[in-house]
Design a protein around this ligand. Structure first.
Ligand code: DAH
Length: 333
């Protein structure tokens, strides 16, 4: 019996496929197999030997069964590993692609502004790019037929829906969400106007809206926030200028310019944002009692900041994905 065990074990160990294992099983364990043949000899044995012989045969049967089973598992696992290896998908990006990747310069400007305001405890809000006339205009104190609507030529989808012309509607959306609680938010995003594209105009551009509403907000709060912001973005050496202006959703309103020293030494001012104290009617429409609450708001032109900071001469460069342009800002902040 020991010899038989040794021989079967060798055969099993050498088997390379489930089919070969099946053949071994037939050779030893089937009706016409070796174990059965051995079993038949039992009738010729002496009574005293029958029991131990029977046990040995059973033991051999069990032994072969176990060895075949464990070899079977081994082969199945190997096949599975092989299959997995074959079907493996490499999800890693080519390292050359990664080393060329670079954040877009406009996103860097946005992240820089976000960092500044997050540190001050502002929240970042979002609003839809396809906006309703109600939020884009009416809730911003631009009722139907208001002449100032013409400052923002729009892409209407139908009479009540348009691509938002500014990020200001997010002011109303956030105030309604906050239900008369104080708030401080910024909202970066794309906006759209019906403009012919040229070096200084684009039908799509980016803004960052800001809104702070609380019980005692005054113009000095607005001014100090904006000056700090501009110092953060450009460093302290730039001059800042505030000009009185008009926006229907703020009163008083200002436009803020930042100085640019030209190559011939002349100082030029470029407008980077509009701002003001939130109009009482805007507060009221969004559910804030204007006798109790006051607020300031601003809208930053992201492209204008980038143009000034990085001395870019054509706004269209931001959108055409020319690597010669984009790679200039690799690793830059
Ligand atoms: N929404 C204005 C625009 O697109 C920019 C703006 C001006 C936003 C003054 C404001 C603000 O929040 O207070 O021209």
């Amino acid at each position: 019996m020991k010899d038989i065990k040794k021989i079967v074990l060798e055969k099993i160990n050498e088997a390379k496929s489930l089919l070969q294992l099946q053949e071994i099983r037939i050779e030893y364990l089937s009706k016409k197999g070796l174990v059965n043949d051995l079993m038949k000899k039992i009738s010729k044995l002496d009574k005293s030997e029958i029991k131990s012989y029977g046990q040995e045969i059973n033991n051999l049967k069990q032994f072969i069964n176990e060895k075949i089973k464990s070899k079977q598992d081994e082969i199945k696992n190997k096949e599975l590993d092989l299959q997995l290896e074959k079907e493996k998908i490499d999800i890693h990006l080519d390292k050359d692609v990664l080393s060329n990747a670079n954040k877009h310069i406009l996103n860097k400007v946005i992240e820089d502004v976000e960092d500044f305001f997050l540190f001050k405890g502002y929240e970042i809000a979002e609003g839809p790019e396809l906006e309703t006339d109600l939020y884009n205009f009416e809730m911003m104190n631009l009722s139907k037929g208001h002449p100032a609507r013409e400052m923002q030529d729009s892409f209407y989808v139908d009479a009540e829906n348009l691509l938002r012309t500014h990020t200001s509607p997010v002011q109303a959306r956030e105030m309604i969400k906050k239900k008369s609680k104080k708030l401080a938010i910024i909202c970066p995003g794309k906006v759209y106007r019906r403009d012919n594209d040229d070096p200084t105009h684009s039908h799509q551009f980016m803004q960052i809206e800001g809104l702070v509403v609380d019980e005692n907000i005054n113009f000095a709060n607005l001014k100090s926030t904006l000056i700090e912001l501009i110092n953060h973005i450009f460093g302290k050496e730039r001059n800042v200028r505030m000009r009185p202006s008009y926006f229907p959703f703020t009163e008083p309103s200002v436009e803020v310019d930042v100085s640019l020293i030209k190559e011939n030494g002349d100082e030029n001012y470029i407008e980077v944002l509009g701002a003001g104290m939130v109009h009482p009617r805007v507060l009221d429409m969004a559910g804030y009692n204007p006798d109790k609450f006051s607020g300031f708001a601003f809208g930053i032109g992201v492209e204008r900041i980038a143009i000034l900071k990085y001395k870019i001469d054509d706004i269209r460069n931001f959108y055409i994905n020319d690597l010669r342009f984009l790679n200039q800002f690799k690793g830059d902040n």
